[in-house]
Design a protein around this ligand. Structure first.
Ligand code: HEC
Length: 209
């Protein structure tokens, strides 16, 4: 406390003895650093752009996206490239938990915690978000949900900037689990009852038979 007070005296003294100007100059110097702001013009480069383009034929670290299944939700099925019907990695219980968490954060506000479209934003007047339990959406492959999250759909905007690729698949898996939970068969019930608590992996929750 006493250190704080003596600092106050010191600062006030500085202000009084030197007038305000030098202090402002210091702040201004920090504000006007010799640096480029985003997309600022530059006389240094021939094209007068400070933002440098990628060098042709190079890929920045972490940006090599060769896996079409993972990144584009595309899968080769019987010689055709189609929207993925399977997951690009095995969905574990931990992935489902993560999917639930991300879903609750990003999607439930509109689509509702149980996916019936009853989210709070909708109840407050936003355009009704469809529930996931329609026949149309229960028949959609995982790749469909991944694509909607990535690209948006109609009035719903893209969530690509907020949700990393792997999490989009985890949210998808959680949505498919939600769907199955609303239309559970007696076999599902028996399977859940029989599953011991230490079993960590789940099958893909949506399969076509
Ligand atoms: C701000 C509200 C809002 C949020 C948040 C939101 N959605 Fe949507 N979503 C909508 C609306 C509204 C539509 C329908 C858009 C239209 O028909 O123009 C929609 C459509 C969809 C559809 C397509 C349904 C169909 O009929 O094919 C899917 C799938 C979907 N959302 C999934 C998600 C997922 C997954 C998330 C979270 C990552 C999410 N949404 C977050 C409002 C939202």
């Amino acid at each position: 406390m006493t250190r704080r007070i003596s600092f106050l005296f010191f600062a006030t003294g500085l202000l009084l003895s030197s007038g305000c100007k030098p202090l402002f100059d210091i702040r201004k110097a920090m504000y006007d650093q010799p640096k480029y702001e985003a997309l600022e013009a530059s006389d240094f480069f021939g094209d007068r752009r400070s933002a440098r383009p990628l060098i042709e034929g190079t890929v920045a670290q972490g940006q090599l996206r060769l896996d079409d299944h993972l990144y584009l939700a595309l899968e080769e099925i019987d010689g055709d490239v189609l929207q993925a019907r399977s997951y690009p990695f095995e969905i574990t219980m931990a992935d489902l938990e993560r999917g639930r968490e991300r879903y609750d954060i990003y999607c439930s506000v509109c689509h509702g915690l149980s996916g019936h479209g009853e989210g709070m934003v909708v109840r407050r007047g936003y355009k009704a978000a469809p529930g996931y339990h329609s026949e149309k959406l229960r028949d959609m492959p995982p790749g469909y949900f991944y694509s909607v999250i990535t690209n948006g759909y109609g009035q719903m905007s893209s969530y690509a900037a907020q949700i990393p690729v792997e999490d989009r698949w985890r949210i998808t898996a959680y949505i498919q689990a939600l769907q199955r939970s609303q239309f559970a068969s007696i076999e599902d019930y028996e399977a859940v009852k029989a599953r011991s608590s230490h079993d960590e992996t789940l099958e893909s929750p949506h399969e076509h038979h």
